[in-house]
Design a binder for this molecule. Structure first.
Ligand code: TXA
Ligand code: MG
Length: 334
């Protein structure tokens, strides 16, 4: 199959809507990461998303909507808190889990009784959803297990020859996937951290953070969010998280462990003379560059990548969560 890469605009949206209406799949930009989209109500379309990504069938997809009317079509028992959160954070990087209505076929959500929903903050992607008239089921547009795509080129690298169209919306402004929450008796529980931080959510309700955000699953433990049990975000290179409170110690560690095929992700001011990849000065910049730097490591033939652990505050929690999984929980404390 020939894969077209088109800048997202009125014409390419038309083309994408046509493919989607006919049951095909298309890569779309969002503010978090690129998504691989299909008609959420069409089991065959959804199946081809799983096949294109090589994704396990029991890992449910997020449904992307353009307005609250669409939410009522797919979700049941929407709590008043959800309406408040939607008002504040949608369109944006918050995915909420609701009871699902029968219109959502089991193929879309791994046979679960719930459905995850988000309104992405990307004007042209919202326009595309409106033109389709159905929600778009869309996981991140990477091959399952690899780092998520934050540019159209990343999608092309994984999906060339597999999907007909990639809509290029430039670099994703956020760079890590949305915050996934479910509702508890008193408030929300964060199953996956993202740009909508625990601090932001706690202005509205009590916030719990699921244990699996910072810890691996125990053997036989059944996760609330099936995605947490799979290997994730990993480049071919072996990734290590380096936990330290000192720039100097990290620079010393880099000098001691330097090598031709060894790369370091650290704040640019860290004074490291070994191979480095872009990371950024703030947690937001780290979120924006983590996945692209992990992909770059593979392009450069890296064998090992050492990443300075981010702070766990704000969006740093999301960076830390992805990094732990990319590193298969290998942490070096110095
Ligand atoms: O930012 C994002 O959320 C991106 C963009 C494309 O919107 N999408 C994304 O999708 O990251 P994906 O499929 O890579 O991750 C969805 C996560 C998985 O961990 C999945 O297990 C969880 O959400 N999930 C989906 N539906 C769920 C449900 N009903 N209950 C619990 N977890 C669910
Ligand atoms: Mg993903």
């Amino acid at each position: 199959m020939q894969t077209e890469l088109l800048k997202i605009d009125e014409n390419s949206i038309d083309k994408a809507a046509e493919i989607l209406r006919a049951g095909g799949i298309v890569a779309i930009p969002t503010e978090t990461v690129y998504g691989l989209a299909g008609n959420a109500f069409d089991p065959a379309a959804v199946k081809s998303i799983f096949v294109a990504k090589g994704r396990p069938g029991d890992n449910p997809l997020i449904l992307h909507i353009a307005d609250l009317e669409m939410l009522g079509v797919i979700a049941d028992g929407i709590p008043p808190l959800a309406e408040k959160l939607a008002k504040r954070f949608w369109p944006g990087s918050l995915t909420m889990i609701f009871k699902k209505k029968d219109i959502v076929p089991p193929e879309t959500n791994g046979g679960m009784s719930t459905v995850a929903v988000r309104m992405p903050n990307h004007a042209l992607t919202l326009e595309l959803i409106r033109r389709c008239g159905f929600p778009l089921a869309a996981p991140s547009a990477n091959t399952s297990g690899l780092p998520s795509p934050t540019s159209a080129q990343h999608v092309f690298d994984d999906m060339n020859g597999i999907i007909p169209l990639i809509l290029d919306g430039g670099r994703c402004s956020c760079g890590v996937e949305s915050t996934v929450v479910c509702f508890t008796e008193k408030g929300v529980k964060i199953l996956r951290p993202g740009a909508v931080t625990p601090e932001m959510l706690s202005e509205f309700c009590p916030v719990e953070i699921d244990r699996t955000v910072l810890e691996s699953l125990k053997i036989d433990e059944k996760p609330i969010s099936p995605g947490t049990k799979y290997k994730h975000y990993s480049p071919k290179a072996e990734v290590f998280v380096v936990e330290t409170d000192s720039e100097e110690k990290f620079a010393e560690f880099a000098a001691e462990n330097a090598g031709e095929k060894v790369y370091f992700l650290a704040k640019s001011a860290a004074g490291i003379t070994a191979n480095t990849l872009p990371y950024g000065e703030s947690a937001a910049e780290e979120a924006g560059s983590l996945f692209s730097s992990l992909r770059k490591a593979d392009d450069l033939g890296a064998e090992k990548v050492y990443v300075r652990a981010p702070s766990k505050d704000g969006i740093g929690l999301a960076v830390y969560n992805r990094l732990l999984r990319a590193a298969a929980f290998k942490i070096i404390r110095i």
